[in-house]
Design a protein around this ligand. Structure first.
Ligand SMILES: [Zn+2]
Length: 307
């Protein structure tokens, strides 16, 4: 892990030199007063939130592409350009996307790097999965009320780097928070309809504890300890035993992971696979926003568990 990180940083340093050399030979577009604020995020979910809050005043890109895996993301030299031009960078923190700090350091940019999931007021953190290396589970946004806190922090930080847009950010945030609050209420109402006996599930990776706590499900296991790790035969056998013993109704498969193993375990146990849930990335339209992907997740889960 450490060796790989060093290799990436060397490659990135070489790419930076090439970028600087190219920049010296051209005048480049002026960074005028009306130019949108360039923002970089680690995931497409955070990029969408920045877009909702920032509107036309921002231009935002996610380093991890749609459907990509943030936990195991390996930055390429091509990522350096977007980082050097950014005025502001957002990552989740809590072990999800630590790689961005090294990348920013290597890029030599002074853009503030803001952690969306760290020290949020009103959040009760949950422990990370055993074997994941994460002390705190980083998937806070899977509780829509916490997602709204991310949006608040984004608005604060955008206003800090672009004070002229403060009123716009405040207004956009208010409208966005109202929609997220409605979505949170929708999730509670919809998941309320699931019978108590059907509320136990397992997931591919440990992305759902905050979702489960907010909306009344119980997570009884995961297929992998962490993305990028393969489950052992013993681990799968233990999970199958747990599913049978606890009467687990569903296995949450996630859009960015191959569903084959979830299918195999489902076939063996009689559990239902809830396919294509979105956790660490938005999907294709119409599931291409945080709001729509969470609504989709709620609807898929309810359809599978309502009985
Ligand atoms: Zn994840």
């Amino acid at each position: 892990m450490r060796a790989r990180g060093r290799a990436v940083r060397l490659v990135v340093a070489a790419a930076l030199l090439a970028t600087l050399a190219a920049a010296c030979g051209s005048s480049g577009p002026a960074d005028g007063a009306d130019a949108p604020v360039k923002v970089i995020t680690t995931t497409t979910i955070f990029a969408d939130m920045v877009r909702q809050v920032g509107g036309d005043r921002v231009s935002v890109e996610s380093l991890v592409p749609k459907g990509g895996e943030v936990h195991t993301f390996d930055p390429t030299p091509g990522d350096i350009r977007r980082i050097t031009e950014a005025k502001l960078a957002f990552r989740n923190g809590l072990g999800l996307d630590d790689w961005l700090a090294a990348l920013i350091e290597d890029a030599g940019t002074s853009a503030p790097l803001v952690e969306l999931g760290t020290d949020l007021p009103g959040v009760t953190p949950l422990a990370g999965a055993e074997g994941s290396g994460e002390a705190v589970n980083p998937h806070l946004w899977m509780d829509v009320a916490y997602g709204s806190l991310y949006a608040q922090r984004i608005a604060t930080e955008l206003a800090r780097v672009d004070p002229a847009g403060a009123a716009t950010y405040r207004d956009n945030l208010a409208a966005y928070e109202a929609r997220l609050s409605a979505l949170d209420g929708y999730a509670r109402t919809q998941l309320d309809a699931i019978p108590a006996a059907n509320r136990t599930v397992v997931s591919f990776h440990d992305a759902f504890p905050y979702f489960a706590r907010a909306y009344g499900l119980t997570i009884d296991g995961t297929i992998v300890d962490a993305p990028g790790q393969d489950p052992s035969a013993g681990g799968v056998a233990a999970l199958v035993a747990t599913i049978r013993a606890k009467g687990v109704k569903a296995i949450f498969a996630e859009a960015q992971f191959n569903p084959d193993l979830a299918q195999t375990i489902a076939t063996e146990t009689g559990a239902t696979v809830v396919a294509n849930l979105y956790t660490d990335s938005v999907g294709d339209p119409p599931q291409d926003t945080y709001e729509s992907m969470m609504r989709w997740n709620v609807d898929q889960v309810v359809a599978a568990l309502k009985g």
